[in-house]
Design a protein around this ligand. Sequence first.
Ligand SMILES: [Zn+2]
Length: 480
Amino acid sequence: MMDKQTAIGVIDKYKKQLEQVSDALWDHPELGYEEHFAKDLYCHLLRKEGFRVEDNLAGIPTAFSGTYGSGRPIIGVLAEYDALPNLSQKAGYIYQEPEQVGGNGHGCGHNLLGAGSLGAVLAIKEFIKQNSKGTVVFLGCPAEENGSGKSFMTRAGVFADLDIALTWHPGDAYSVNNGSTNANYKVIYKFEGKSAHAAISPELGRSALDAVELMNVGVQFLREHISTSCRIHYAITDAGGTAPNVVQSHSEVVYLMRAPRLELLNDLKSRVDDISMGAALMTGTTVSQVFVKACANIVVNAELSQLLQKNMEEIGSANYSSEDNELAAELKKTISNPDGYYVKLADKVCDNDKRKSLLEHANDPIHSEIFPLMKEEDSVVSSDVGDVSWVCPVGQVYTATMAAGTPIHSWQEVSVGKSRMAHKGMIQAAKILAGAAIDVILNPDIAKRAQEELSIRTKGTPFVSPIPDNIHPAIPTRKS
Ligand SMILES: [Zn+2]
């Protein structure tokens, strides 16, 4: 029987290969739903390792899975691989210098994310192979940044069979994500009116721009009567034209609404919808909606958070060299208030000694200390991991792959994406996820408890996707 340590050690055997995969993806930064290079590479490697590969999940060409083993527990490991537009940056540079002006870049470290998850499943596979128990599924999830890939995959039932799912995200410190994210909904309200000359025959005109303005005024008043934890943002994306003497026959405004829970979001959305209809009624115009994106809040799972924390402490952080620290120190100089968030977080640690030691390291170029499990807190940001967490328990960790204080979606994050420090953080993440998965295989009660917790936290409410039924992923037609 293979023990846990030996199985985790398998990741070291694959280290070079995993780094090459991550670097290859960094070299081919693909936007959401266009990740064909990434998909082909992962599917090829998974097949070579004996995984049963299924692609075109949820009708999305770049969504796929690789399964190994049989029976329960079924453990999913989530992978992302999409890049961001306009973030091209030369690797290892300590100043901003695009490799290709206007090109894409891995500003969220998803090149590392997918490769780290691959490392985890290779170790879990080895454990399953030797002990013939359980199943591991590598889940290739496209379009995290702008396409809500996991939301569509969740709606299609891709995660329904999993006992638990584990994932990680590149970060600037070692911590377990024990907080919820916001549910969000982004939608365009399009108003149609009637054009007329504003001086000669104003009575014939019905202004779509008036409707947008009235809608925004209505929403300003609504803000006093919503939960303080909700957010409503907007931008006018079509003012109907530039001529003031023409009544604007078309106008549109995009709204992004956030709420800490799905049910609050649904309520908020329907109140904003009412205001849009009120604005249309007042102006004699019509309103329609164009869906942009939506995702659910993350349902925290304390059982899995504790499991990941235990494994993070057992495995420890990476050994960053003086060169790693030098590069990080140079990059850190380009970041404003780099220690702000770390100090804020460290201040919240209950244990006196732990807090003291974390604060002593506040100015380090790389944060290699391990944060204790933090009190559950809601975060204002949103992620499509939220939808998955409603249908199966999800645990998520962060490891340090970049300089302390590096903002996400920044050139600094792209710059370090191929560095040794990034590779090291990725390997630690792979080991932590593998360790946690192996614990669940050895003790399936953990998965049972995690599932019970999920049903308590969701009050047994079946998950209803925030994406309307008639909406499908916005997959661009493939260039030949
Ligand atoms: Zn990301």
